[in-house]
Design a protein around this ligand. Structure first.
Ligand SMILES: NC(=O)c1ccc[n+]([C@@H]2O[C@H](COP(=O)([O-])OP(=O)(O)OC[C@H]3O[C@@H](n4cnc5c(N)ncnc54)[C@H](OP(=O)(O)O)[C@@H]3O)[C@@H](O)[C@H]2O)c1
Length: 308
């Protein structure tokens, strides 16, 4: 296996490992050993969120890796996300003070003194988005977090920040894969030096999140297309002698994005970081460029970059 982990440099010169381990839908009681296995396999970037309910186990996995694998804390890039609250779902929107408390609670669960990247999970707080962003700016100033960013924000949401003169996000974590390429948003982020972190890279796989209760807006038709033995990613997988998952992940890396593959299966965890020993040729990259279908499907409620 050839992992050869690479980095993306965030605007404030902080280095973020390109391949992170995603932990959405991994229960708290299972995530500790999987985080340890991911770090053993070469991952140095772990992605969690207040909303995933697994920060405690993620923190225990990181702690175990520091102890058992003798990896210094500074070599592991840890991201967590503020859950902002959503009035449309009957939730209270977090204000400035409750955000300071939310981060403290996340750090306590993770048993860490700081996180490397703190993100607003989604642009749900229509009126208080800027107040929420100001809290993150201040948390970075106080060295509680090394970098700050957003997730599921559109160009319009970032323009709101720009208009206030507050610092722009270091990164935007968004759903990106061949079926949801968001070319306008990606080019806006690149122009504004906001690093792109792709999530749900594996959506086009027929087996993507097919276990009970892993809801999404993916249709039966999409699942069937992925299962076709001549689907474009199966054809490419045969051509390059790798799995379809590795084609999808390698595509994102060649586009310049960080990625966050999630798996509860150790051989897959190892395979999903083994991406630097082959290259998708220009012709196939161009063919994938033509597969964009628009909005993402990872959220059952629809693509949150469309939030007002
Ligand atoms: N900011 C946001 O709003 C947001 C939203 C969604 C996700 N995320 C982040 O991004 C991460 C990744 O996204 P995701 O969890 O939606 O999906 P993903 O990583 O694209 O795909 C996970 C699915 O693919 C399967 N899988 C993984 N590796 C595989 C392989 N090599 N071969 C075949 N199947 C494979 C997994 O099954 P097994 O587990 O059974 O292997 C699971 O069903 C999340 O865990 C989370 O950290 C963020």
């Amino acid at each position: 296996m050839q992992t050869g982990q690479k980095h993306i440099t965030l605007r404030n010169n902080i280095k973020m490992p390109t391949v992170g381990f995603g932990t959405y839908l991994i229960p708290d009681e299972d995530v500790q050993s999987l985080v340890l296995e991911a770090i053993r396999a070469g991952y140095r970037h772990i992605d969690t969120a207040e909303g995933y309910g697994n920060e405690n186990g993620v923190g225990l996995g990181i702690k175990a890796a520091i102890k058992e694998l003798a990896i210094p804390r500074e070599e592991i890039f840890v991201t967590t996300k503020l859950y902002p609250g959503n009035e449309a779902w009957g939730q209270t929107i977090k204000n400035y003070n409750s955000i300071i408390e939310s981060l403290q609670a996340s750090l306590a669960r993770l048993q860490l003194d700081y996180v490397d990247l703190y993100l607003i999970h989604a642009p749900f707080a229509r009126e208080q988005r800027l107040e929420q962003w100001k809290a993150l700016v201040d948390l970075r100033q106080q060295n509680k977090v090394r970098a700050i960013g957003v997730s599921n924000f559109s160009e319009k949401h970032i323009e709101e920040i720009k208009a206030t003169g507050l610092p722009l996000p270091d990164a935007n974590q968004i759903e990106l894969h061949p079926w949801s390429q968001k070319p306008g948003l990606v080019s806006y982020l690149e122009k504004n030096d906001i690093s792109v972190i792709a999530y749900s890279s594996l959506v086009p796989l027929s087996s993507w999140r097919d276990a009970e209760g892993q809801s999404s807006a993916k249709t039966e038709q999409m699942k069937a297309e992925g299962a076709d033995s001549d689907s474009p990613f199966k054809v490419m997988a045969r051509k390059y002698g790798v799995s379809e998952a590795r084609i999808l992940l390698r595509w994102a890396i060649q586009k310049g994005y960080a990625i966050l593959p999630k798996s509860i299966n150790v051989p897959r965890i190892q395979q999903n970081i083994d991406l630097f020993g082959f290259e998708i040729d220009e012709q196939d990259m161009a063919a994938i460029d033509k597969m964009d279908r628009g909005e993402g499907v990872a959220w059952s409620s629809g693509d949150p970059t469309k939030e007002a």
